[in-house]
Design a protein around this ligand. Structure first.
Ligand code: HAM
Length: 415
């Protein structure tokens, strides 16, 4: 037997109703907020992620699935969605069409992390990106979208962690202070952080190493160094969240694991997830479009993990899907009628199934039950003689005879 590689999952029909419920809820909320779906490739040239996410991040330096194509070019399976969406936005000159572009996407992402509960090597995200405005309203709108999806999927108690990590103007003084603090404690830093202290000191705040993480508590916080533009922006985001009654906790040390962020960063966290507690995260990235050689265009977005949200609603009662009709026959002419009926129903948009083998009605009824069918359509000798079908509602147990040609309108009238 060949098994699957570590950190990937098969999702069988017993989990698919919950899975689709999460996806459908997310898409319904995103459409309500006027986001349009965008499908971008699962693989990109490696440079898209190296440039977009940052060479010093764990994602780029340790976790990418990278390989060469036959022409010797380096390709990578996308570890996240934003960099590819920005690449597509610039390459297609989207800013020439709409001044504000609101996109959403869903699909698999790949990170070579150590697999554990809620942490996979192939996982699925849905996410959204807004291009074209620095207005703090949009930061709060993105948080509002995730908040609504979390409420409508019923993930249970969660908290929103919020921070601002400033812009190019305020980072200079702050990173100097950060370097000063960490240099004093450099003997406690992991080898990666010793290197990153010189190249990208903000990354030290995101290190998972125990000793480095402990140092974070007393590190200077960027909020004390925000320039007036970033301070006003941060106040604006909180103002809009307050207007909507969305509760958040300010977390001055949260920088997130990707280099592209400016100003707002946020995470949605549930204690019930254990160590992988964030089920969604995002923020603003006002320089990313120009990093991809596009016209300077501000952006803000989020992504949420499908598997983590599914874990949070594991015990929820999600209606199981099944065919509307399961057709039962006794072989011969009854099977012929059954096949005609199943074809007629498919033609008018009713889901229906039939087992062509001749089996007893009891065993066919069991199968209809297992398939979670709504109606059993029975074609026995009496029905053949009368040109009618016995329609049994499997949830109420009630049964009616319906003319063969009227079965479709009968089923539709009971939806
Ligand atoms: P991220 O925080 O790296 O952000 O990922 C977003 C979400 O994806 C996480 O909160 C988590 O639910 C899920 N996730 C991440 N890694 C794994 C994994 N190994 N296994 C299972 N689930 C995982 C981003 O990806 C950014 N692109 C978000 C963004 C969009 N920022 C701006 N726009």
């Amino acid at each position: 037997m060949i098994s699957k590689p570590p950190g990937v999952e098969d999702i069988f029909p017993d989990r698919i109703d919950r899975w689709n419920f999460v996806k459908d809820t997310a898409v319904s909320v995103l459409r309500r907020y006027n986001y349009r779906e965008l499908v971008v490739p699962v693989m990109e040239f490696t440079e898209v992620f190296a440039r977009g996410i940052g060479a010093d991040t764990d994602i780029v330096s340790k976790e990418m699935f990278t390989f060469e194509d036959r022409g010797g070019r380096s390709l990578t399976l996308r570890p996240e969605g934003t960099a590819g969406v920005v690449r597509a936005y610039v390459e297609n000159g989207e800013y020439n069409r709409l001044s504000i572009c609101k996109f959403f996407y869903c699909g698999p992402m790949f990170r070579a992390e150590k697999p554990q509960k809620g942490r996979l090597r192939q996982f699925n995200q849905f996410g959204a990106e807004i291009f074209g405005s620095p207005d703090p309203y949009y930061d709060s709108e993105i948080i509002s979208v995730v908040n609504r999806i979390a409420a409508e999927t019923g993930v249970g108690p969660f908290s929103i962690h919020l921070n601002s990590i400033g812009c190019r103007d305020c980072r200079g003084e702050y990173t100097a202070k950060l370097k000063e603090y960490y240099r004093k404690n450099s003997d406690q830093l992991c080898p990666d952080c010793k290197r990153r202290l010189e190249t990208n000191p903000l990354r030290l705040l995101d290190c998972k190493n125990q000793a480095c993480a402990a140092l974070k508590a007393d590190a200077p916080v960027i909020r004390d160094y925000l320039c007036s533009g970033c301070g006003t922006h941060y106040t604006g985001v909180k103002h809009y969240l307050d207007l909507e009654g969305i509760k958040y906790e300010e977390d001055p040390h949260m920088v997130r694991g990707l280099d592209y962020y400016t100003r707002t960063t946020f995470e949605f966290v549930s204690e019930r997830l254990g160590s992988q507690s964030a089920f969604a995260g995002g923020g603003r990235y006002d320089y990313l479009v120009e990093q991809f050689d596009g016209k300077p265009t501000p952006g803000v977005g989020f992504a949420a993990g499908m598997e983590r949200i599914n874990l949070l609603i594991e015990d929820a009662k999600i209606p199981r899907s099944g065919p509307e009709c399961f057709i039962m026959h006794s072989g011969g002419d009854s099977l012929v009628k059954g096949v005609q009926l199943v074809n007629m129903l498919h033609g008018v948009g009713i889901s229906a199934d039939i087992d062509p083998e001749v089996k007893g009605f009891k065993s066919q009824m069991k199968r209809a039950d297992r398939e979670n069918a709504r109606f059993a359509l029975i074609i026995g000798d009496n029905e053949l003689a009368s040109g009618r079908v016995s329609v049994k509602d499997l949830s109420s147990g009630s049964q009616e005879e319906v003319d063969f040609t009227a079965v479709d309108s009968y089923i539709i009238s009971r939806r």
